[in-house]
Every structure is written in C-alpha cells, then in structure tokens.
Design a protein around this ligand. Structure first.
Ligand code: AN7
Length: 354
C-alpha cells in the first residue's frame, strides 16, 4: 500500500465499502488521522491509557470527510448533478469541498447565526449556495429532506447510508493502531450518525477477526440539546457547542442501539463542563478541537468523578472538529496579554524579566 493510499479511505478500506469499478475514486486526502496518547488527563483520570483521535486533521477539519468522500462518490456514480445538505457547519464545509473537487454545485441550508465562522467561511470559499433559515438545524434537515426528492439532487446528510459507511472507517483505524478495540469509546453526539457509524465499524472489524472484542460506547450530548438522554426530541436546543445543537437526531435508533448493545451510555454534559474540557485539551495536551468535540472528554471526566471505575482501561476520545473553526469561543478564554512599544526594554518590563 502506498503512502498516499493510506490517506484515501475508498482505497484503503475498499473491501469494507460499497466501492465498485464505476465509483469515481476522488480524494481530498481524508483518513489516516493520528491517535495521540494523553500526557496529563489519562493519568489524572486513572486510566491505563487515554488516546485522542484527531479527526480534525481530515482535509476540511472534521470527521465528516470520511462519510462525505463515500457519499459524494456514490452520488456522482448514480448520476447526481448537485449536492444538498442541512448542517450545523461541518457537513456543509465538507459537502462544499467535495462538490468542488467533483465539479458539481452544492446547496447548503444552515440555521442563521448559529454556525461557527470558520465553517461558514469554508462553505463560502468552496462556492456553495447557502440558505440561512430562521430556525434550527432540525428545521433545516426537514427542508433538505424534501428538497432532496428532486431529480438530480443528492442529499448528503447522514440520513444518506453511504455517510455511515464512510465514517465507520474511523473505528477501523483505531483497531489498526491499537491492535485491538479499546475498552471505552467516548464520542460527542448530535445527529447521532457518528456513534452509529463507529459501532458498525467496530462490529464489522470484529466479524472480520481484526479484533477480538468490542468497546463500550459512551456518547455525550450537550445538556441543552440532549434528546437521547431525555428520551424525547427537544424543540429548542441550546448550547455553546453549535455543532451538536440538534433536538431530534436523524440516527436516533442507531445511537440507542450502539448504547444498548455495547452496554454503554449516552449522557449529557453542561456547557461549562464542555468549555473546561475544551480548555484542558488545549492547555494540557496541546490539541485544539472545537467545543463540540470536547464533549467526549467532558463526559469521561464527569463519569469518573461520579464514580465509574476506569482503572486498567484504555479509552479513546474522538476529537471530531478543528478548534480553528470557532475562534470566537477560543478568544473568550482569559489570556495574559500585554501592550508595549516596539522596544526590547519595554517588552522585558512588561514580562517582568528585567
Ligand atoms: C465537530 O455538520 O451535524 O452525532 O451538520 O460537527 O454524527 O451528528 C455536525 C455534527 C460532533 C456530532 N462533532 O456528530 C453538521 C453536524 C462535531 C460536529 C458532531 C458534529 P453526529
């Protein structure tokens, strides 16, 4: 296998994916994301090992590229002329990039004022046609599902089964890197496609005898947008983690199934817990993810504090999106900042180094 093919899931995992000789083999260099061992937080929590899977190193800065490369290839294979999605931001960034790569137009529907600046910038620069609606992501997805009925239009939200197929490869890579499935897989949950996909991936890999066991799936929603925890849809979801500000997840059954079959859990974390985890991942580990991604660690911290026994266990937290997408949240953290004239002595004085 060549170096480049390791960053192209349709080649690397072709035997597990619906790739045919008619599937356009177009890539932006997705997958092969690093699994980085925690320096501070793993030992602090008493885990045998804690790893972060840096899904934010995918080409558009989120895990969505794994599913999108597959969904878009299959859409083009089937003759689609344009791509369409609803999004809290990352799906639209990814869809817009793959549309550009394939040379087809893209249309994205987003909740007005509720998508992080970097993600909007991506949709803009890749030339997507953007409709900001006065409503939630759930409203946007409702509309997109209906528009997706039109001939020639491919809906590339995770209701498209090829998205789940592509995203399951994240689980394959974890097993490839660790040589076995971890004990715990901690993952943020919004529309619930990713937890569904990871569970499928771990199962398929065990079936193929690439691993001998399955992890417990620990999914975490934001407290103001936690329909799976409450057991009913949330009409007005609210959270600082706009990526997972979703009140009625499309893959509801997949998430519940992953939770129950793995004897895992889906719990909620408050915005304060998310922001604290977000800050610690950055300041203690040198990793910059977006707030929604930090829900994975926030949930793990919460569970350990509540008495869950994790001694001797290996856990993986999925860091789903890049911190640079949402600089507004980062800049709310208090930083030590000084102003000084362009003068050595003045800078030394400011720093207290003289
Ligand atoms: C960084 O882009 O739903 O549970 O429209 O961007 O599979 O939905 C994004 C979701 C976690 C939740 N982390 O994953 C969208 C969108 C980040 C995300 C999730 C999202 P799912």
């Amino acid at each position: 296998m060549s170096e480049t093919s390791s960053r192209f899931i349709l080649e690397r995992y072709a035997e597990f994916l619906p790739v045919t000789d008619k599937t356009p083999m177009v890539t932006l260099g997705e997958c092969g994301t690093p699994l980085v061992r925690s320096r501070v937080l793993g030992p602090e929590l008493g885990l045998e090992a804690l790893y972060f899977k840096l899904e934010y190193t995918n080409p558009t800065g989120s895990f969505k590229d794994r599913g999108m490369v597959m969904a878009v290839a299959k859409a083009i294979e089937a003759g689609a002329e344009a791509l369409l999605c609803a999004s809290t931001g990352n799906t639209s960034a990814s869809a817009a990039a793959y549309a550009a790569r394939h040379g087809v137009p893209s249309y994205v529907i987003v909740p007005a004022g509720r998508i992080a600046m970097g993600k909007l910038a991506q949709a803009v620069v890749h030339g997507a046609e953007i409709v900001a609606i006065e409503g939630s992501f759930d409203d946007a997805l409702n509309i997109a599902r209906q528009l997706g009925e039109r001939p020639g239009i491919a809906l590339v939200n995770s209701v498209n089964p090829y998205r789940i197929q592509g995203q399951k490869t994240g689980a394959f890579e974890i097993v490839d890197d660790l040589g076995e499935a971890p004990d715990l897989l901690c993952i943020p949950v919004g529309n619930a496609g990713n937890i569904t996909a990871y569970w499928r991936g771990f199962n398929e890999y065990r079936q193929a005898e690439r691993s001998t066991r399955l992890p417990k799936m620990w999914g975490f929603q934001a407290a103001g947008a936690a329909p799976l925890v409450l057991g009913h849809p949330v009409a007005n979801p609210e959270t600082i983690a706009t990526a997972i500000r979703i009140g009625n997840p499309a893959s509801w059954d997949g998430a519940v199934n992953a939770r129950d079959e793995s004897q895992g859990m889906i719990d909620s974390v408050t915005d304060d817990e998310i922001l604290e985890a977000y800050r610690r991942i950055a300041s203690d580990e040198g990793l910059f993810c977006e707030p929604a991604s930090a829900a994975s660690l926030a949930g793990l911290i919460k569970q350990v504090a509540a008495g869950q026994r994790v001694e001797g266990l290996t856990a993986v937290c999925i860091l789903t999106g890049n911190g640079l997408k949402d600089p507004d949240t980062a800049l709310k953290i208090e930083a030590v900042q000084h102003q000084a004239p362009a003068d050595l002595a003045a800078v030394e004085r400011e720093l207290g180094w003289n």
